[in-house]
Design a protein around this ligand. Sequence first.
Ligand SMILES: N[C@@H](CCC(=O)N[C@@H](CS)C(=O)NCC(=O)O)C(=O)O
Length: 216
Amino acid sequence: MADLTLTTFDWVPETPRGYVRDLRVRCALEEARLPYRVESVPFGDRTPAHFAHQPFGQVPWLTDGDISIFESGAILLHLGELSPALTPADPQGRSRAVEWVFAALNSVEMASLPWSILKFTGDTGDTPASKHLDAFLKARLKHMEPVLADREWLAGSFSVADILMSDVLRLVDRFDGLADHPACRDYIARATARPAFVKAHADQMAHFAAADRRAG
Ligand SMILES: N[C@@H](CCC(=O)N[C@@H](CS)C(=O)NCC(=O)O)C(=O)O
């Protein structure tokens, strides 16, 4: 039996709540019905012990017994090995799930994250950098739209790739970047209607709300 502990921050500001990447790990754990504990590290003072687990001083990381893993994609691939609920059983489906994990992070999030950061800072979209990032993201979404119009889940059956891709697209949707991409929006709706997502999201919100209460 796996001995799983997910570590996230003890507190974050309001804006990222519901989007902190421990959510991806919580979703996978809930989908797989694996028992796990959640531990916290300070958002403020990041200790050498924190950097020993996550070299950039970020979250999340997961320990599985003696194994400590950072990067949400790597964590989900690890969990994918533990449960058929997270990875298709057939070889074709498995490699499809792995390629879409990388596509979510290395093709779509690579374009969507800088775009989201600009939106986050209130950028009006008039600068050359902003126009460039807008075009970069649209080039990716243009190709995700027919893929998602054509299939329910990326690897055939639901997999870790869908946890990552839907989370990446959710942040774009938050800043209204999917107005012209109904299949992407429908995909997010399918993914976020899953009981595992609903629980994972509620648990993350409760985790940070508890920190507010402790702070008084
Ligand atoms: N590529 C990393 C990114 C981790 C990341 O950006 N974590 C954010 C929370 S969602 C964080 O720790 N932010 C605080 C910081 O960067 O100082 C992953 O997917 O795990």
